[in-house]
Ligand binder design. Structure first.
Ligand SMILES: *[C@@H]1O[C@H](CO)[C@@H](O)[C@H](O)[C@H]1NC(C)=O
Ligand SMILES: *[C@@H]1O[C@H](CO)[C@@H](O)[C@H](O)[C@H]1NC(C)=O
Length: 730
């Protein structure tokens, strides 16, 4: 009897396997879930994940980052897919270098970890334009992230491209690959709530489109309460213990555990104490959490011009467990590694039981997980932000510091407390490296409206419409005629020039001389220049250099937000009173002369005369600097100390290491930081009164032993002789 039942069962299993084989080309395993756990390959799991964005480091850094993530106890690496990096112009794809997505995923696979692929294609991520290519904005009739045909056609084309690419490389889990889940859209809940029915229609379409791609792994819609089945809605934030998915059969997922916060030029550096971070994670896990992902685990660098508007800094360190340069950020890295060991010891109990919750005393809470197989794990909490407490559990006393949770994987032994840091990781530090050699400079002169290589137009034009973001810089050029009988020529009371700009920074040149500089603030990128200008009788050249510092990445219909000098522009204090320059003839020059000459490269830089020695330009605006650097020894982690420079961009051997802006001094409230109590991004700040970003990462793989060409474009004026090389090490 028994054996014939077993035979029948076996036949059924075989039939099932055959059915699966028909569904997927190569069936190795499946990914499913219930309300308690992810089930991969038949194994119930609590998954520990961390975000590493491949273009924010170099392929040469990837193996070490992934290896350190594995050592840190992660099961999964999560990344966005960066559309504007992959499709810089329509139909022209780039999957090379830092954008070699397949290589990155294969390295994760080789390390034995899984991947959560957030295809988006909207990514937010403090990344330029939220990940959308700029050309997308100029597709006729387009509106981003809503029920709009041109947008949906473009989005589907890109998502399909990525999914097909992953399938072709057998990277989805049912094909034997590491990708166990994907994501469509990103934090769409608030947008849908705001725009109503077109948002709902778009969500329904996106979900259906994604499911239709038949990846064999679950799809996630993060921060989206109304996500339709089978999409899993998830939580992003500093705390997510109270979150529940919109259906009881979905797992409780925290897709972004914010490990810190991003730095802005003009803002101080945010930190999140690891005691609070570990506390928030333990609190989530003890409340049925089955997946959590650190955003970021390694933040890295916004190389080139990839950083988003609102003055996001080039460093995307994020106070993540691995610092910008890939070194452990201690004690954060070590203390989280210990947390993950403790959670893994509890896993057998966590994956198959709900907690029984009791409240033994004031601000005390106990969660006990007991599985049928006999596993028992307990989490003891003290929610008091000020006082430590003695908690009695199963007749045993436990000491809990304020705002902390102890983990007992056997319901007896405290192996971990979120506020007791035991790991002894060494903190990394900066070490100056001597490097002599001399600088050369080249001056970028302000063009004028009558130059032959300018574009003459009526009116003021929106900046991105002209540059298509191929450069940060757009010159607005015009001329003003001053009659010889103007009163101010006799009184010496110069007229007042007012220029209104949608952002983000502006230099005003009058007859080739810098007259003033203004830039937007963190709350508002718009700016107004007002200054008395030294005009003379006859024709005067007004040259406005408008600077965009990245395009916005977030906000309702951010694609419609403008940059550049939109006016009005007027002169006050003439005989006629005020002269409106807004509607007169303007000429445009897209980008800098040095950019069109490719001064950042060896060939380009040899096309102009550089000056040096006592003639070297110092503290002068719009100056290009270059020098050849020899590295007596190439250290693993090299940085430039830009303390004495103002604002601009840096290149090493032709590669842009990003925008520098040490001249933007951090304003804010810095001071003592107590880990206990609810954290917000403004709670623990450092570096007030100092440059928001002083050090700039030079990836090692961009260096060679000798003849390294370092080029700096300096907008404000600085002292290049004080740029110095620093290495970071433990
Ligand atoms: C865990 O999940 C179960 C089932 O949904 C629920 O009844 C219980 O309240 C949850 N416990 C906690 C602490 O969230
Ligand atoms: C861009 O400029 C063109 C003129 O070439 C104008 O017709 C168009 O309206 C502008 N588009 C936007 C979005 O500003």
């Amino acid at each position: 009897m028994l054996s014939s039942v077993w035979k029948m069962l076996r036949t059924n299993i075989l039939v099932l396997m055959v059915l699966f084989t028909l569904g997927f080309s190569l069936v190795r395993a499946t990914v499913s879930y219930d309300d308690k756990a992810f089930i991969i390959n038949g194994k119930r799991r609590i998954l520990i994940s961390g975000s590493i964005h491949y273009p924010r480091s170099t392929p040469q850094m990837w193996p070490d980052l992934i290896h350190k993530a594995k050592d840190g106890g992660l099961d999964v690496i999560q990344t966005y897919v960066f559309w504007n990096g992959h499709e810089p112009s329509p139909g022209k794809y780039n999957f090379e270098g830092r954008f070699d997505l397949v290589k990155f995923i294969k390295l994760v696979q080789q390390a034995g970890l899984y991947v959560h692929l957030r295809i988006g294609p909207y990514v937010c991520a403090e990344w330029n334009f939220g990940g959308f290519p700029v050309w997308l904005k100029y597709v006729p009739g387009i509106e981003f992230r809503t029920d709009n045909q041109p947008f949906m056609v473009a989005m589907q084309r890109f998502v399909e491209k990525i999914v097909n690419m992953m399938k072709a490389e057998n990277l989805f889990e049912p094909q034997g690959g590491p990708i166990i889940m994907s994501q469509i859209e990103n934090e769409y809940g608030p947008v849908e709530w705001e725009i109503g029915s077109p948002g709902k229609a778009y969500t329904a379409w996106a979900a259906k489109m994604a499911v239709g791609l038949d990846t064999g792994v679950p799809w996630i819609m993060c921060k989206h309460e109304a996500a339709p089945d089978p999409m899993i809605d998830t939580c992003n934030g500093f705390y997510c213990q109270g979150f529940t998915p919109n259906k009881p059969y979905k797992p409780k997922m925290w897709t972004e555990v914010w490990t810190g916060w991003y730095t802005q030029f003009g803002g101080p550096i945010p930190h999140r104490p690891v005691e609070d971070l570990a506390f928030s994670v333990a609190r989530f896990v003890q409340n049925n959490g089955s997946f959590f992902n650190y955003y970021m685990y390694h933040g890295g660098t916004n190389f080139g011009r990839t950083t988003a508007g609102r003055f996001i800094a080039t460093s995307y360190d994020f106070d993540a467990p691995l610092d910008e340069y890939g070194l452990p950020n201690e004690p954060k890295y070590g203390h989280l590694t210990d947390l993950h060991k403790a959670i893994k010891q509890c896993e057998p109990a966590l994956v198959s039981s709900y907690p029984v919750v009791t409240w033994p005393g004031k601000n005390q809470e106990v969660h006990v997980f007991k599985s049928k197989s006999g596993a028992c794990a307990a989490f003891l909490s003290n929610y008091d932000p000020t006082f430590s407490t003695k908690l009695t559990f199963q007749n045993m006393p436990y000491d809990l510091p304020p705002w902390s949770i102890s983990i007992l994987p056997d319901c007896k032994t405290e192996v971990y407390n979120t506020a007791k840091i035991r790991s002894k990781g060494v903190r990394a530090k900066m070490i100056p490296v001597s490097s002599g050699l001399y600088w050369q400079s080249y001056n970028e002169n302000a063009p004028s409206a009558d130059d032959t290589d300018t574009l003459a137009m009526q009116d003021l034009w929106e900046q991105v419409n002209v540059t298509r973001d191929s450069s940060d810089y757009l010159w607005y050029l015009t001329q003003v005629n001053i009659a010889s009988d103007e009163g101010f020529l006799k009184t010496g009371k110069w007229p007042l020039l007012t220029v209104m700009s949608a952002g983000h920074a502006l230099h005003v040149f009058i007859n080739g001389q810098l007259s003033g500089t203004v830039y937007g603030g963190l709350d508002n990128p718009k700016l107004t220049y007002t200054g008395y200008v030294n005009l003379r009788a006859g024709v005067n050249k007004i040259s406005l250099l408008s600077v965009a510092v990245g395009l916005p990445n977030v906000g309702l219909h951010y694609e419609t937000w403008n940059a550049g000098v939109l006016g009005p522009v007027f002169l006050k204090g003439l005989n006629e009173g005020t002269r409106d320059l807004t509607k007169q003839s303007w000429s445009y020059k897209d980008g800098l002369k040095g950019e069109s000459l490719n001064l950042n490269t060896a060939t380009g830089s040899s096309s102009v005369e550089w000056i040096e020695g006592s003639l070297l330009a110092q503290k002068q605006p719009l100056t290009w600097y270059k020098r050849f650097m020899i590295f007596p020894q190439i250290f693993r982690r090299n940085l430039l100390d830009m303390l004495n420079m103002g604002k601009g961009e840096i290149w090493i051997n032709g590669e842009s290491i990003g925008r520098h802006w040490p001249g933007y001094i951090a304003k804010g409230r810095c001071g003592h930081c107590n880990y206990a109590g609810t954290f917000t991004q403004t709670k623990c700040l450092s570096g007030c009164g100092q440059p928001s970003q002083r050090w700039y990462h030079i990836p090692r793989s961009w260096l060679r032993p000798s003849g390294n060409l370092l080029v700096v474009f300096e907008e404000w004026g600085g002292d290049p002789t004080r740029i110095s090389l620093v290495r970071r090490t433990t």
